[in-house]
Design a protein around this ligand. Structure first.
Ligand SMILES: Nc1nc2c(ncn2[C@@H]2O[C@H](COP(=O)(O)OP(=O)(O)OP(=O)(O)O)[C@@H](O)[C@H]2O)c(=O)[nH]1
Length: 577
């Protein structure tokens, strides 16, 4: 063998070797991509991530001869229409649009499948259907008048839900008793019925220990009126009974069948009998064996993050099987738990359903989005300040909040800035900059709100808070301020004359601070505050979706604060339960 032959063989061997390494690397990466992906909830998608994901999916899913690809891409260009509507007009238009598009607010459906399909085919079908669903919601997001919640965008999490819905006879939607309708997803109930007309959904009103009896009674009336299957439940109380910290009788005293908080055994047997009824109805309709005895039933648990699914499962199983913390989103995969040979429970990871009703800050305050994702803490704390009466905050924290100015409604909720600063002052929270550590304070206040230390609850739609008249003195004037964020201007007309000097002083300093000069008249300046016209001067542009919820206020400290004067409708008063 000549020298040249030797080197040619060497080169060929090296080439072959390199090729093999390259091939195994690619295979490894593919494997890593397909199998080692950590299942993570995605509610916020930075535009660049969405673009990459779209490109990735589009390349994988659509061949050249499938023009559907073009139509399925999500248009990230949101509409930049900046209409100059007043807050009231915005809210009205938002309400109309919400009613108009309510039917578009769906959960993604799993495309039809059968056992003969290959894994790749199944995967491609599901991805394609998911993209179409995302596209329909992206269109809604482009609508300037709508505020869409940051919903779950990870297909793999929805796949977990699909499986739980498919395998369950009875679907239990766990909701937080403090605001059950916020956590309810009617379209999921509809989806369950589409899969099987006999499937039913039961609303498990967890954390019922945070509701007084009278409020449970009102909710019971509401659920019965609307033909909603429900049960009041407290995973916390059930766990305390299991651990011997509370007697079972503590639950028995909680009212009649419609309003009582179920004990563990009662809940298990009710779930089993409801599921057995469903199986029986299905069997009857198939007319296979009319009197066949139901052998085994499965009950699936679904719901938003942090509503207490894991706590419920742990209480029902009797031992700690799933992790419980106040950080939302730690249950990652559904779990199947065999309770008896006749009853199996299935726990789905918590997921955020698409909805119109809430802002990002409400979702943080409601425990659905993790507190650590919070960037604008004042906005989230304002939700707490709007919902928990001033005197309750003062009592719980043993602080004194600044009183409203003479020209402000006497019962206006505290500003987030006031609450944060008073809290920081009382606890000595100081940041390294030497300013009050508002971030630390905000986290603690939100945690207390989520954990129920700052007690609050909503009343059923159309029902007033049970002791609305027991609010702080002067509340009668407040009803006007409840109607809309734009009412600040009207309230100006009823302000006491003796507060005029304060008004003038405040407006002067506001004008000076905003470079408006002293030549502007009072009304000119007030209009700007109400309409938020001077907003752009000193606040970075807000996401279009959030604007409808807020008006600008000069805050007690002369700083720019975006907040609403509006006390949300149906907020119940606070009573220790
Ligand atoms: N007061 C009260 N708190 C509860 C009750 N059930 C759960 N919690 C609290 O609510 C928080 C969330 O409970 P989890 O059981 O982890 O909620 P989850 O729905 O499984 O949450 P994900 O894993 O995010 O889906 C924890 O801090 C619980 O202690 C209850 O009945 N009453």
């Amino acid at each position: 063998m000549g020298k040249n032959d030797k080197s040619a063989l060497g080169r060929a061997l090296i080439k072959h070797h390199n090729h093999q390494i390259q091939e195994s690397k690619e295979k490894g990466q593919l494997y890593y991509k397909q199998h080692k992906k950590v299942l993570e909830s995605v509610t916020d998608v930075a535009d660049i991530d969405a673009v990459i994901q779209q490109a990735d999916d589009a390349v994988r899913l659509f061949s050249v001869d499938n023009p559907a690809a073009v139509n399925t891409l999500i248009d990230l260009e949101s509409s930049s229409s900046t209409s100059e509507m007043t807050p009231q007009e915005r809210r009205e238009s938002q309400k109309k649009e919400e009613a108009l598009h309510a039917s578009s607010l769906s959960v993604p459906r799993r495309p039809a499948w059968n056992a003969n399909m290959s894994v790749e085919e199944l995967d491609a079908n599901e991805r394609r259907a998911f993209l179409v669903w995302r596209r329909s919601l992206a269109r809604l997001e482009e609508n300037d008048s709508l505020v869409l919640t940051p919903f779950e965008k990870n297909l793999d999490i929805w796949r977990q839900l699909w499986r739980v819905v498919e395998r369950s006879d009875l679907l239990v939607m766990v909701v937080d008793a403090r605001d059950p309708l916020f956590y309810r997803c009617p379209d999921l109930e509809a989806y369950a019925r589409e899969i099987d007309e006999h499937k039913r959904t039961l609303l498990l009103i967890n954390k019922a220990d945070l509701l007084p009896y009278s409020v449970r009674l009102k909710w019971a009336e509401y659920f019965q009126l609307h033909d909603i299957l429900y049960i009041f439940w407290s995973a916390k109380a059930a766990t305390a009974v299991l651990e011997g910290k509370k007697p079972v009788s503590s639950l028995e005293e909680t009212g009649g069948n419609d309003t009582k908080i179920y004990a563990r055994e009662e809940l298990l047997s009710r779930l089993q009998s409801e599921a057995e009824d469903i199986v029986q109805m299905r069997t009857n309709s198939q007319q296979t064996s009319v009197n066949a005895k139901t052998e085994h039933v499965t009950v699936g648990f679904v719901g938003y993050p942090n509503v207490g699914k894991s706590s419920t499962i742990n209480a029902l199983v009797g031992t700690k099987r799933t992790g419980v913390t106040s950080t939302p989103g730690k249950t990652k995969h559904f779990q199947t738990l065999i309770i008896t040979e006749k009853l199996t429970l299935c726990d789905c990871p918590g997921l955020v359903f698409p909805s119109f009703t809430s802002s990002r800050y409400e979702m943080i305050a409601s425990g659905v989005l993790p507190i650590h994702r919070m960037t604008e803490h004042r906005e989230a704390v304002q939700v707490v300040a709007d919902r928990v009466p001033r005197h309750v905050i003062e009592d719980v924290y043993n602080i004194k909040l600044p009183k409203p100015k003479p020209y402000e409604p006497k019962d206006r909720p505290p500003f987030a800035s006031e609450l944060l600063r008073s809290y920081c002052a009382s606890r000595g929270y100081v940041a390294s900059s030497g300013l009050p550590d508002e971030t630390k304070a905000a986290r603690q206040i939100l945690k207390d709100y989520i954990d129920g230390k700052l007690v609050h609850y909503e009343m059923p739609p159309g029902m007033p808070g049970e002791d609305a008249d027991l609010n702080e003195p002067g509340s009668s004037e407040s009803d006007e301020s409840d109607s809309d964020v734009g009412t600040t201007e009207e309230q100006g007309g009823t302000r006491p004359d003796d507060g005029l000097d304060d008004v003038m002083d405040d407006l002067k300093s506001f004008d000076m601070a905003n470079g408006l000069g002293s030549s502007k008249g009072v009304h000119g300046a007030r209009k700007k505050v109400v309409a938020g016209a001077s907003y752009k001067h000193h606040k970075k542009p807000q996401r279009k979706k959030d604007r409808a919820w807020r008006v600008k206020d000069d805050g007690s400290d002369g700083m720019s604060v975006v907040r609403t004067y509006q006390k949300p409708a149906n907020v119940g008063p606070v009573m220790a339960s």
